[in-house]
Design a protein around this ligand. Structure first.
Ligand code: GDP
Ligand code: MG
Length: 443
């Protein structure tokens, strides 16, 4: 246990404020994590430098490694950048009906699918009458595709009339909606595979014709470094009001969302999470921040550590250990603290770079959560004297304790051996400067 524990907590220190060195070391990792998550380079650079400013000099949380604390600061910064923790963004549908929503984006980004998804959502949740219309005159199948998706959504689509331009269809959609008492019209535009002036011009024309309340840029979450340029160009021409990131169900970590938010400052309104009609989620900044960082969930580890570790006990323990004492009561305190943090298994699940094999190894060596509970039960089955003086524990006492804890004698022996090893390590550490290996432990 001692070795593994110290592995988990070996960077625990008790300095007063985060140093530049600590911050920079952690930020190097963050930079890599963000780039791996496909956040565009300029966004990464800008973000990291802002976090650096904020983190250096921040008061250290004693029980947490400086690197982990920086990650927490980074995480909070990401959440803020992504729009904060408040209520999810809503579409603004006020004004005289019919209110238009214009969908823009590159071809294949998911505009048509998202059009139908949003239509369903507005119809169901806002109880509004919604009409969808495809302005995609380039691909013959595109209009039919929207009609089919709309049917799945239970929302009417504008009848297809051949030979009209996109602007003409948009006009027809608005007047049909006005005549038929629709509240909302969602206009699905044609995209191109690359940014080009003709597509932008057409979309701008449709926008000036229909005066949409919302112009949503639909983008594939798997877009990499192009995300910034795409968002910037669309936003310059179209006065976007929000972003929708599709394919969040894919393998990507969603860095494109961050890049696009960073360059446009626009709210992310929805995330597409499947090809199906219901695959649309309200945006959650905290969840996306966690995903972009991709650190297992180191942030909640830091939160747990900060909240759960009992500083007073740690301090008292440190004093005892300085005198070379570490009895079974102290061991129990450690076991309880570990359990509070979700057990060793829980902690490892939160740590990056822990693979299945390593977890299995730890479990096999008896430090899974159940083992922690049994070990605690063993100690609780001892008398106070026994706990304070483990030397008292001879065969008959061990038998009684094993029976009391519902385990076998070998398990009692293993615990005692572990205790001796830990006490040993403590003694050595106590002679040195600090106390590696103990949560919150410091002199
Ligand atoms: P458009 O060219 O922008 O209209 O894009 P489409 O709506 O036609 O979508 C292109 C492809 O992406 C289709 O096969 C969709 O089913 C798929 N798609 C759209 N949104 C999502 C999503 O959120 N998740 C997944 N897995 N696929 C999506
Ligand atoms: Mg389409």
């Amino acid at each position: 246990l001692s070795e593994r524990l110290s592995g988990v907590f070996d960077r625990i220190t008790g300095r007063g404020a985060l140093s530049e060195k600590d911050v920079d070391a952690a930020l190097r990792e963050i930079r890599v994590a963000l780039l791996e998550a496909d956040v565009a380079l300029p966004a990464v650079k800008d973000f990291v430098s802002k976090v650096r400013e904020k983190a250096v000099g921040e008061t250290v949380i004693r029980s947490v490694a400086p690197g982990q604390q920086v990650i927490k600061i980074v995480h909070d910064g990401l959440v803020e950048l992504l729009g904060g923790e408040g209520e999810p963004e809503r579409l603004s549908l006020e004004g005289e009906p019919p209110v238009a929503i214009l969908m823009a984006g590159l071809q294949g980004s998911g505009k048509t699918t998202t059009t139908a998804k949003i239509a369903k959502r507005i119809a169901e949740r806002e109880k509004k009458k919604v009409l969808v219309a495809s302005l995609d005159t380039r691909r013959p199948a595109a209009m039919e595709q929207l009609a089919q998706m709309a049917e799945k959504a239970g929302v009417p689509s504008l009848p297809i009339v051949a030979g009209q331009t996109a602007v003409e269809i948009a006009r027809r959609a608005m007047s049909a909606a006005r005549l038929q008492g629709f509240d909302v019209v969602i206009l699905d535009t044609a995209g191109r595979t690359t940014l080009d002036e003709e597509m932008m011009g057409e979309a701008a024309k449709i926008a000036s014709e229909t005066r949409p309340r919302e112009i949503l840029l639909v983008a594939d979450a798997l877009t990499g470094q192009d995300a910034v340029e795409t968002a910037k160009r669309f936003n310059e021409r179209l006065k976007l009001t929000g972003l929708v990131l599709t394919r969040m169900d894919g393998d990507g970590r969603g860095g494109a969302a961050l890049s696009m938010r960073w360059v446009t400052g626009l709210p992310i309104k929805f995330l597409g999470t499947s090809e199906k009609i219901d695959g649309l989620d309200a945006f959650d900044a905290k969840r996306l921040a966690g995903r972009i960082l991709g650190r297992g969930d180191i942030v909640s580890l830091v939160e747990k550590a900060a909240a759960e570790i009992d500083h007073d006990k740690a301090e008292a323990l440190a004093k005892k250990m300085a005198k070379g004492k570490f009895d079974l009561n102290d061991l129990r305190d450690q076991l309880v603290q570990l359990q509070k943090m979700g057990g060793l298994g829980g902690i490892m699940g939160l740590l990056p770079g822990m693979n299945k094999q390593m977890k299995a190894q730890a479990a096999a060596s008896g430090f899974d959560d159940k083992a922690l509970k049994r070990q605690e039960a063993i100690i609780l089955s001892m008398t106070p004297q026994e706990r304070a003086k483990p030397d008292l524990l001879k065969a008959s006492r061990k038998k009684r304790i094993a029976a009391g804890a519902g385990v076998g004698v070998p398990e009692v022996n293993r615990l005692l051996k572990m205790h001796i090893q830990m006490a040993d390590m403590m003694k050595r550490a106590g002679k040195g400067k600090g106390l590696p290996g103990m949560p919150g432990g410091r002199m």
